[in-house]
Design a protein around this ligand. Structure first.
Ligand SMILES: Cc1cc2nc3c(=O)[nH]c(=O)nc-3n(C[C@H](O)[C@H](O)[C@H](O)COP(=O)(O)O)c2cc1C
Length: 273
């Protein structure tokens, strides 16, 4: 995924897929996914172990899905920053699958978790934050899927002014003269998040962007860890990937700039270029 038009198209076309066609994924697509997951990196250098899991073989289920046969499982060591690292690497696989026409949906809660954790052979020091089905989207969504999308407002996102700010949290970001930066910020805005809560907040200065997590009560101690921090990892992947695809290298820093934030908003990371 090196070309900027392509990455934007893939991000814009992705949506959660919960109803699948019965058709098996083509062998060459499986091989490409296998290849990609063996090498999915993140800027925290924390290894994420991915496995492709057959639903029948392992008794894997999710009440929100229909027609799925294959799952993507993933686990990571419970060490500082595992959530951001996991979000980053898992979203890379999600977008890669999308580029092949393979549908996914991030799932942190609606699954028979015990069966998934067993299939992943989870160790005591490991966590399996999320999984996803992998398959070709069905022509028509199930009733459950349509209803879920409506309840979650899944086609809607917050406005740029609500999530991005200039220099400090005082003034809303209205776009810059830097076309690539504006594109990258927009690709964060439309990213997927748990229950579509969009917890990312960004403070942008000339050559830096700080990512913050706007915490909603009850999301930080789930079975998936701090699930909204996973969302920030997703946002970071969208941002870094768009910038790098547009030819600008970015580097990760985790030095809290000490900005005054609203209550419940915590600093996560910074990208510099
Ligand atoms: C970290 C994370 C966890 C999620 N967990 C679930 C889940 O357990 N069940 C589910 O049906 N959807 C889950 N979702 C999907 C979100 O509901 C979905 O991304 C959001 O509503 C936006 O819709 P879209 O992905 O179609 O753009 C999760 C998404 C993320 C990013």
């Amino acid at each position: 995924m090196t070309d900027i038009t392509n990455i934007e198209k893939i991000i814009k076309e992705r949506r959660s897929v919960r109803t699948f066609d019965k058709k098996k994924i083509a062998d060459e697509d499986i091989a490409r996914i296998q290849d990609f997951i063996s090498d999915a990196k993140n800027p925290y250098d924390i290894h994420v172990e991915f496995r492709l899991l057959d639903s029948k073989e392992h008794g894997l289920k999710s009440k929100v899905l229909k027609g799925e046969e294959l799952f993507l499982g993933a686990k990571i060591k419970r060490i500082p920053h595992f959530e951001e690292a996991f979000g980053y690497s898992f979203e890379a696989v999600v977008l890669f699958a999308q580029s092949l026409g393979v549908g996914t949906v991030w799932i942190a809660s609606t699954m028979n978790r015990d069966a998934f954790e067993k299939a992943m052979e989870l160790g005591d020091d490991e966590i399996m934050p999320c999984i996803s089905p992998l398959g070709y989207p069905a022509g028509k969504m199930s009733v459950v899927e349509s209803l879920m999308r409506k309840t979650l407002g899944a086609d809607k996102r917050m406005s740029l002014e609500e999530i991005a700010f200039e220099e400090d949290f005082g003034s809303p970001f209205k776009g810059s003269k830097d076309e690539l930066l504006d594109k990258a910020v927009e690709m964060v805005r439309i990213a997927p998040s748990a229950r579509n809560r969009q917890p990312w907040r960004m403070v942008i200065s000339e050559n830096k962007i700080h990512f913050f997590e706007k915490k909603d009560p009850g999301y930080d101690r789930t079975e998936a860890g701090d699930v909204q921090k996973i969302d920030i990892g997703i946002a970071m992947y969208h941002f870094a990937n768009v910038m790098e695809s547009g030819g600008r290298s970015v580097s990760l820093k985790i030095d809290d700039p000490g900005l005054k934030t609203a209550e419940g908003t915590v600093y996560v990371s910074t990208y510099e270029w």
